[in-house]
Design a protein around this ligand. Structure first.
Ligand code: SF4
Ligand code: SF4
Ligand code: FES
Length: 599
């Protein structure tokens, strides 16, 4: 019988029969499904990865295996905790996260209890709140409460939980147990054992992240103390992660302590320039200065961690800076300070003349420069060729250090953007050795270095510097004053990585965003701005959108890079990261105020 629109019951029955007759796409294939004699499928539904539970009366779904604490936090339920960290194992030692599960006689630690189907969890009953206060009171019994002089104040979990959940005066009149203060336990870290709440997060960071057992607990009861073994130091390459995860001010960084209060800092998201891993970081800055770098969660790159060496990358932003543009005679003779406009106009006019005479020009793509600037340089390379020049490209950067590589985060390549530099310099680009060899054989008339990073020590640079004296025109865009820069006819001050917007491509070809956190030093401008100025002065590319901003250059670059047919040079894996690249928000720096401990 034909279905008609006027018989909805019949049509729904027909639809159900059709569905029963045809195999469901999610049903298991033959063999696993039980069939009745009549052919109907009575198999139970495939097991779901999710369970349904109640949180304070609200029904929620959670992935199997997730702990209760994570689920509470995901749903905006504030459960206090100290020892739990999402990147570490859960020993449930602090008992601060106790919650009630209906049907269970005792309160359970939320960080240690996996979710189960039909669980009914209460996080705010009088019983739970009372225990939460008691646990806080217990933790505070021997804590010195020296917040006014403690470096962690303003970002301390104990201070925050006390304000949120307790706020009562101490009921204890017995003297506090005193423990050692100001203990130098490693090259970067001081320990105040009195402030330690024995959560063991730092011990687990060493054991589980760095893979070395350098911290442990000694003694028992109220004498228990965190310590390093006698004669040993907390000196692993990831030691400063212990400071991030310490919920209180027991572990402090020698570099940061007594510099700034946490609430004076602003935070800008960026990427570490220390190596090709590209750990995600926050730049903490105030008053135009960077005060520290801390890791930012990215489960695909660095999880919650970064290495100690990367933390100090901010120091280079103020180190030996070239702050104004200079014009000179080359050969290392003193150069005269001039305006950027004049210096670029001079260089652009001479470079254009050399190009039109068919000279061979060398363009240096530094692996410390953003993709956007290198992309712009590659566009100008094609303009120079169309003017008649022969263009040779070179990828340079700081020297690899195989001894620093591990299977955790640290990479042997100490440049943040080698993949990007290789992509934009082209498949036939040389390296620093090729550049020096070409200079020695006097194959180049002009060199334009965008970034002066070379795999040479300062003394080796001094030795190599005279090789640049044979050039008719030597232009350098540099962040720092180096022996090579001093041989240049045109010396242009470039902004450092923390002073610009842009992207770096890491060793796994992930294109990651860096953001400007502080203003450039002196007259310095981003490499992209300097290259745009060249394009305008030489009239190589007028009013092209990539010259407007780093974001415009990024959009233009992603379109061009991803348009390359797969399988053609450059290598598809170098191009792949650009397909997923996003510019992201241009957010204003956020002031840190009672943010949780980092990590
Ligand atoms: S030093 Fe900090 S992280 Fe380590 S056990 Fe003590 S409170 Fe926890
Ligand atoms: S591993 Fe590399 S990218 Fe990560 S923090 Fe260290 S130096 Fe920076
Ligand atoms: S956070 Fe759960 S017991 Fe410490």
């Amino acid at each position: 019988m034909a279905e008609t629109p006027s018989s909805p019951i019949k049509s729904s029955i027909a639809a159900a029969l059709r569905e029963a007759a045809s195999p469901s796409p999610s049903a298991p294939s033959s063999g696993s499904a039980e069939k009745t004699a009549g052919g109907a499928n009575n198999a139970p539904p495939p097991p779901s990865d999710f369970v349904t539970l109640k949180l304070d009366g609200r029904e929620v779904q959670a992935k199997k295996g997730t702990n209760l604490l994570e689920v509470c936090l995901q749903h905006g339920i504030d459960v206090s905790y100290f020892c739990y960290h999402p990147g570490l194992s859960s020993p449930a030692v602090c008992r601060q996260c106790l919650v009630e599960v209906v049907g269970q006689p005792k309160l359970v630690p939320a960080c240690y209890t996996p979710v189960a189907d039909k669980m009914d969890v209460r996080t705010g009953t009088p019983r739970v709140l009372d225990v939460r206060r008691q646990m806080l009171e217990f933790t505070l019994i021997n804590h010195p409460v020296d917040c006014p002089i403690c470096d962690k104040a303003g970002e301390c979990s104990l201070q925050k939980h006390y304000q949120s959940w307790d706020h009562e005066s101490s009921r204890s009149s017995t003297p506090k147990v005193h423990k050692p203060k100001v203990q130098d336990i490693g090259p970067h870290i001081m320990l105040d054992a009195e402030r330690c709440i024995l959560c063991s997060r730092c011990v687990r960071v060493c054991d589980e992240v760095a893979g070395v057992k350098q911290l442990t607990m000694a003694w028992r009861g109220d004498r228990e103390q965190l310590t390093v073994a006698p004669g040993h130091k907390l000196d692993n390459p990831y030691s400063l992660n212990t400071v991030d995860v310490c919920p209180v001010g027991a572990l402090t960084s020698k570099d940061f302590r007594f510099t700034m209060r946490a609430w004076e800092l602003f935070t800008t998201d960026s990427v570490c320039p220390g190596c090709a891993t590209g750990c995600n970081i926050e730049i903490h800055h105030a008053q135009g200065e960077i005060w520290r770098l801390v890791p930012r969660e990215n489960l695909q790159v660095n999880k919650y961690w970064m290495c100690d060496e990367g933390r100090f990358a901010y120091k280079d932003v103020r180190h030996k800076r070239l702050a104004s543009s200079r014009l000179g005679m080359g050969h290392g003779q003193p150069a005269q300070i001039t305006s950027i406009d004049k210096a670029v106009a001079f260089a652009a006019e001479r470079m254009d003349r050399l190009a039109s005479q068919g000279a061979t020009l060398g363009l240096v793509f530094s692996a410390h420069v953003t993709n956007e600037a290198l992309f712009a340089l590659s566009l100008l390379a094609t303009r120079l060729v169309s003017r008649g020049a022969e263009v040779r490209t070179y990828v340079t950067g700081t020297a690899p250090r195989p001894e620093r590589a591990d299977n955790i985060l640290r990479h042997a390549d100490t440049n943040p953007n080698t993949a990007g530099a290789r992509l934009f310099a082209g498949p036939h680009a040389g390296d620093a050795q090729t550049l020096l060899a070409d200079l020695e054989r006097k194959r180049l008339k002009c060199v334009w270095m965008v970034g002066t990073e070379l795999p040479l020590s300062e003394s080796a640079q001094m030795e190599a510097a005279p090789l640049f004296d044979g050039l008719e025109l030597f232009v350098c865009q540099a962040v720092q004053d180096t022996p090579i820069l001093r041989r240049a006819h045109v010396q242009l001050p470039a902004a450092a990585w923390a002073e610009v917007d842009g992207t770096f491509t890491n060793a796994r070809h992930m294109v990651q965003r860096i953001r400007k956190s502080v203003n450039p030093q002196g007259d310095a401008r981003s490499h992209l701005e300097l290259i745009s100025l060249f394009a305008k002065k030489a009239k190589w590319a007028i009013d092209e959108k990539w010259q407007v901003s780093a974001r415009q250059a990024f959009l233009h670059m992603v379109g061009q890079v991803t348009a390359q047919p797969p399988g053609t040079e450059p290598k598809p894996e170098l191009v792949a990261g650009f397909g997923k690249a996003e510019w992201g928000k241009n957010s204003l720096p956020v002031q840190r105020r009672f943010a949780h401990s980092q990590g």
